[in-house]
Ligand binder design. Structure first.
Ligand code: ASP
Ligand code: MG
Length: 439
């Protein structure tokens, strides 16, 4: 069984949905198809929730109305028979009745998550009805029946696997299954989600849960590129990546794949293919357990980084100092990205400033603390074996005119990270593109 995930833009227009139907029926493989909400829907639902949170019912109502009209137009173009169009309209109406009820009841976080779940529920039902219309037999698997998170709000892969397998044995005559990305139930049994962009994560978890032969992530670009196409003129899709390389890239900027979606596939050794709905024949990017060449594969950048330097003479010849520093970040659930140390100072970077002031107050107990906001991590990803000389030299040669605040090398063999200010990002990516890829 394969798992194929189609993102919001791949199902965001009626003609795209028609094309997805063609793509999933062109071979005989049995498959689970994971769908996102139609593009724009989750943003609209977030925005409806925001209006409700500030008790602006009028605003929420007009946003619900606008979204409803969007679906009405969508249905008109999606179906060619009035019978299925009516059935779809009735289904959509029920979801909008629910949204309208939220105007009348008291708002809370659990209700907000119910609201956010409507997008994937509607897209999968629309698609299933469309498949029925064109005579493709497919079975809708409600994700809320098997996608589970635990008390740490992390997906419970064992439980997902157990539940999903139990459902699938009962459905042994179907070969195409449709399910919702992103949504799940939490340990309290409430509707929840895997965070924005979480449909990729669903696909990887579902793939791992059933030990799929392959996981395909279909988007609107032809795989992961060697550099950010929004920043530099010339980029190319990377043919092959290892899981470790893909994880670094997904985390440090390549928006095409949700970073959390690497581990389930990697754990089970399931090949992940990144493919393009607009260009289905293109090879895309294959992420697998195979070792890749010992080269620089790609560059990525992550903005909005804050660097924090803690200088303390107490660190000199002391042990346990770093633990105390890290404990503060742990206490405020703030992940650290980069770390560099000297004998009397340690610099770390974070990308979430929610608890910055509290963290700084506690760090000041240890020594002097300096903060630089608006930094960018430039990340060079590849397979860097120490025997291959000159990689670092090459990077530095490209960046002679760029101010570099931190450097991290040797943490893993797949990543060399440099910290610079946001204003230098474009120039850094361009220079590296020319220098490392001759582009
Ligand atoms: N619909 C959700 C979002 O827009 C999940 C996803 O598309 O991956 O974030
Ligand atoms: Mg996405």
């Amino acid at each position: 069984m394969q798992v194929l995930k189609f993102g919001g833009t791949s199902v965001g227009k009626p003609e795209r949905m028609h094309q997805v139907a063609q793509l999933i029926t062109k071979d005989e493989h049995s498959k689970i198809v994971v769908l996102s909400a139609l593009s724009g829907t989750t943003n609209a639902l977030v925005s409806i929730g925001e209006s409700l949170a500030k008790s602006d019912k009028e605003e929420a109502k007009s946003k619900i109305q606008a979204l409803r009209e969007h679906y009405a137009t969508f249905i008109e173009a999606l179906f060619s028979t009035s019978e299925k169009a009516q059935e779809a309209q009735k289904m959509i109406d029920e979801h909008f009745e629910f949204l309208l009820i939220t105007l009348k009841i008291s708002f809370n976080e659990a209700l907000n998550r119910d609201i956010l779940a409507q997008g994937e529920l509607m897209s999968t039902k629309l698609f299933t009805l469309y498949l029925e219309e064109i005579g493709v037999s497919a079975k809708l698997l409600p994700a809320l029946e098997f996608m589970r998170t635990n008390e740490e709000e992390e997906p419970d892969l064992d439980l997902i696997s157990e539940k999903l397998k139990a459902i699938l044995v009962k459905e042994n005559d179907a070969t195409i299954f449709i399910t919702q990305g992103y949504i799940c139930k939490n340990h309290k049994g409430e509707i929840d989600n895997l965070q924005r962009g979480g449909s990729d994560y669903t696909a990887s978890l579902v793939g791992a849960a059933i030990n799929a032969t392959e996981i395909q992530i279909w988007t609107d670009i032809d795989g992961m590129h060697n550099n950010d196409p929004r920043v530099v003129d010339k980029t190319f899709p990377i043919a092959e990546l290892s899981f470790d390389e893909a994880a670094e890239l997904a985390y440090f900027g390549a928006k095409i794949l949700h970073p959390a979606s690497i581990w389930p596939a990697q754990k089970m050794g399931i090949t992940v293919r990144l493919l393009n709905t607009m260009q289905p024949e293109a090879k895309g990017t294959v992420i697998s357990t195979a070792t890749t060449s010992d080269d620089v594969k790609a560059l990525a950048a992550k903005d909005g980084i804050t660097a924090i330097k803690i200088k303390s003479s107490r660190m000199l010849l002391a042990y346990g100092f770093l633990r105390k520093v890290f404990e503060i970040f742990e206490k405020y659930k703030t992940p650290i990205d980069m770390i560099t140390t000297s004998e009397v100072a340690v610099s770390v970077t974070i990308d979430d400033n929610t608890y910055l002031n509290k963290i700084l107050t506690e760090l000041e107990k240890f020594g002097t603390v300096e903060v630089d906001k608006n930094q960018t991590i430039i990340c060079v990803v590849g397979n860097f074996v120490a025997e291959r000389k000159g990689v670092v030299n090459n990077i530095f040669e490209a960046l002679t005119s760029i101010p570099i605040r931190m450097i991290s090398y040797g943490g893993s063999r797949h990543n060399i990270s440099l910290l610079t200010d946001e204003g230098s990002k474009v120039e850094a990516l361009k220079k590296l593109n020319t220098h490392l890829f001759d582009l």
